[in-house]
Design a binder for this molecule. Structure first.
Ligand code: PMP
Length: 377
């Protein structure tokens, strides 16, 4: 009997109470109950974003909040530094280019995180840069960027720091207020354990000042409209009410655990996964790996696509493969959202079996054993 299990960096598994909430009859989005729901969700999101700033939401995937960040913060003729260390950093650059923003790219070899010194030099050279666009966890490579170090550079200048925490929110630490990050964007289907379809942005006062001045075109993704309605428990357009009910349940879980403990749990799952992969004799792809997911470089001759297809089609176990230039070369195992230690043991034991069946000899059980060592410490 096949049993489907997701170890992908979004969508992630959804807890039962969130699934059940979505089975309830739908409410009108202008009802008092929906207003209370929206207010409750936005309040709880502040805890997850580690901010006192109000959070706004959009009915879109994470990319909607990314596009909104560009079109709401910047103005015609402005420049932005874009850190490109994978597919999602590249996306920041593509969105900026779409809106006619001059992009100053900082290209980082895939698998590495950006050197803050390089960003410091770029800021010193281009003093008129309006914003730096960065990524907390570059999901395509599994790398974690040092956002705290980047914020140290930007918070002493007028330049804004805008962070894509689409995959890593709730898994890797991001102290928006303490570190001085200006804008953080994320979405529902990753650490927030909810189906795809909701995007979020937390915006500080410096960034709101830029929003006031911004003259780039925007309509559906207008942050000010979303923000002002959200404060009233309202929305400018029909929202994904059903997803909000699921999100409320998922946020109850995170708030009950506490964001710091949630991040610590992800850290433990990531440590065990990395230890398991090393015990199997395979190299990690990311030089500074995130808590969100672990990317594994496959040995020459092992076809990552075949491994992933075998595991999904035969055993119902879904890992993510490599994107673009990494296609077939890496496997990405997420330990994100509604995940605990036993889930990691399943992910690793299935991976061991997959490697053997695809023709790569490894000591069966070595990965599981290494993970158990971490968990029993
Ligand atoms: N940024 C990062 C870091 C991501 O992981 C993703 C989704 N994998 C996105 C942006 C895009 O999000 P979405 O697919 O929800 O638009």
């Amino acid at each position: 009997m096949k049993k489907n299990l997701l170890f992908t960096p979004g969508p992630t598994p959804i807890p039962p109470e969130a699934l059940l909430a979505m089975a309830q009859p739908i409410d009108y989005h202008r009802s008092n109950a929906t207003a209370a729901l929206i207010k409750d969700v936005l309040e709880k999101l502040k805890h997850v974003f580690q901010t006192e700033n109000d959070v706004l939401f959009l009915t879109s995937s994470g990319t909607g909040a990314m596009e909104g960040a560009v079109s709401n913060l910047l103005s015609r003729g402005e420049k932005a530094i874009v850190i490109r260390s994978g597919k999602f950093g590249e996306r920041w650059g593509e969105i900026c280019a779409t809106y006619g923003i001059e992009v100053i790219p900082i290209d980082v070899t895939w698998g590495n995180s950006v050197e803050p010194d390089i960003v410091a030099s770029a800021l010193a050279e281009h003093t008129d840069v309006k914003a730096v666009f960065a990524t907390l966890c570059e999901t395509s490579t599994g790398v974690l960027h040092d956002i705290e170090a980047l914020a140290r550079l930007t918070r002493i200048r007028p330049t804004l720091l805008v962070v894509d925490a689409v995959s890593a929110l709730g898994a890797d630490d991001l102290q928006m207020d303490n570190w001085g990050v200006d804008v953080v964007v994320s979405c529902s289907q990753k650490g927030l354990m909810t189906p795809p379809g909701l995007a979020f942005a937390a915006v500080n006062q410096r960034a709101w000042d830029a929003v006031e001045r911004s003259d780039l075109p925007k309509y559906y993704l207008d942050f000010r409209k979303a923000y002002e309605s959200g404060l009233e428990g309202s929305v400018p357009y029909t929202p994904a009410v059903t997803l909000l009910t699921a999100l409320q349940q998922a946020l109850n879980r995170i708030c009950a655990e506490g964001i710091q403990h949630t991040i610590d749990r992800h850290n433990r799952l990531a440590l065990a996964t990395r230890s398991a992969i090393k015990a199997l004799g395979l190299p990690l792809f990311a030089a500074s790996p995130a808590n969100t997911l672990t990317s594994i470089r496959l040995p020459e001759g092992i076809d990552g696509k075949a491994l992933i297809n075998l595991m999904r089609d035969t055993y119902g176990i879904t890992y993510a493969g490599g994107q673009s230039q990494l296609s077939g070369k890496i496997v990405r195992i997420a330990h994100l959202g509604w995940m605990n230690e036993n889930d990691v043991i399943v992910a690793i034991s299935a991976f061991e079996r997959g490697l053997v069946e695809i023709g790569h000899a490894i000591p069966l059980g070595a990965g599981v054993s290494a993970a158990q060592e971490i968990f029993t410490q």
